[in-house]
Design a protein around this ligand. Structure first.
Ligand SMILES: [Zn+2]
Length: 152
């Protein structure tokens, strides 16, 4: 249920502040303020999704671009111990793929919100708010945040 106008919604997303301004907290604050109820880190689901919205049969992952290899400018590779990092990253990427596939298999809908779309120079929090609402109020199976709005 969405009780706010789009204007209020975008206002909320960009204004959500507090002690903890991690992107995950922004998303949780926005969901809560807009009447979406969720559970956190359900251990019984593949990948222990950050946010679970049972009513919408949806899960949301808020991914750090570095660890989850978004491919944006934050997706750097440390100079030292390069092989270690590359192996680590490739593990992370395959684990993410596996978890998302398993969730979809169990009829969960999955949205990935990338950190760079909420924090940093290229952040578009208002757009992300719209994308979350769009995703939750649709039958979309998979979506990613960002200016290159992708969904299947
Ligand atoms: Zn990114």
């Amino acid at each position: 249920m969405d009780v706010h106008s789009p204007e209020q919604r975008s206002f909320n997303m960009s204004r959500i502040r507090g002690k903890d301004t991690r992107p995950e907290m922004m998303v949780r604050g926005w969901l809560w303020a807009n009447g979406y109820r969720y559970r956190l880190h359900r251990k019984d689901l593949p990948g222990r999704p950050d946010i679970v919205l049972p009513k919408h049969r949806a899960v949301i992952f808020v991914h750090g671009c570095f660890w989850h290899r978004h491919g944006c400018r934050s997706t750097t590779t440390p100079e030292s111990r390069r092989d270690f990092w590359l192996a680590k990253f490739s593990e992370n990427v395959s684990r993410d793929k596996r978890n998302i596939a398993a969730l979809l298999e169990q009829s969960w809908r999955v949205m990935v919100i990338w950190e760079c779309s909420l924090r940093g120079k290229n952040a578009t929090p208002e757009l992300v708010a719209e994308q979350i609402a769009d995703f939750l109020n649709s039958e979309t199976r998979f979506a990613e945040s960002g200016t290159q709005w992708k969904r299947e």
